[in-house]
Design a protein around this ligand. Sequence first.
Ligand code: PRP
Length: 216
Amino acid sequence: MTININRTEKLVAALPKGKLLKPTFDLLQKAGFTFNEADQKSRKLIIEDENRAMQALFVKPSDVPIYVEHGIADFGIVGKDSLVESCVDVFTPLELDFGQCNLAIAGFPEDQDRNWRLRSLVRVATKYPNITRVHFDKLGVQAEIISLHGSVELGVLAGLADVIVDIVETGTTLKENGLVVFDEILPAMAMFIVNKASHKLKLRQLDAVISAIANS
Ligand code: PRP
């Protein structure tokens, strides 16, 4: 059965596919919105909770802010890293207690010792070109930013870049590839974000969800 997005009555949520999805469903359940397990694991892109009070859109994490800013979703759950990178205009009423990580500069240990900042031009591979540009401008280090979409660590290993700017969560990916953190740029966590118009039009429903989450 196909579900159309119902923007007038129900709350519409943009949920991030990947690592944040399971804790996001757990959080929504605590707030009173239970989604069928089979739907949660399915390839469907729009699902509804058991009470048909909320529709959830499965979205690539970096696209969550876009769906919320454009009002397709009333609210979304997204990592602060993706939120800051997207530069969108949304409300951010809640930081959540999962998805903790750091956006960091990393590379080979020998480059850290050699002071990589003194290069005349540093090649930086990243999924976060906006944050990286601002940070390197602040450092006063001239950078060539190379945008990648995944496996960013490979950029340094394969010689495409001198350093990376990427998420470090457990540190396993860096460790297993012989890389180390040089500097931390941004501590990040999952965030609850709200469309500005929805905040007025669906204030009662959104406040109920926010309170339920805050008190869970
Ligand atoms: C993220 C990030 C790092 C890794 C860090 O990648 O880009 O590669 O997780 O996690 P760790 O510190 O726990 O090892 P993700 O798994 O989202 O996939 P990607 O490489 O395809 O972007």
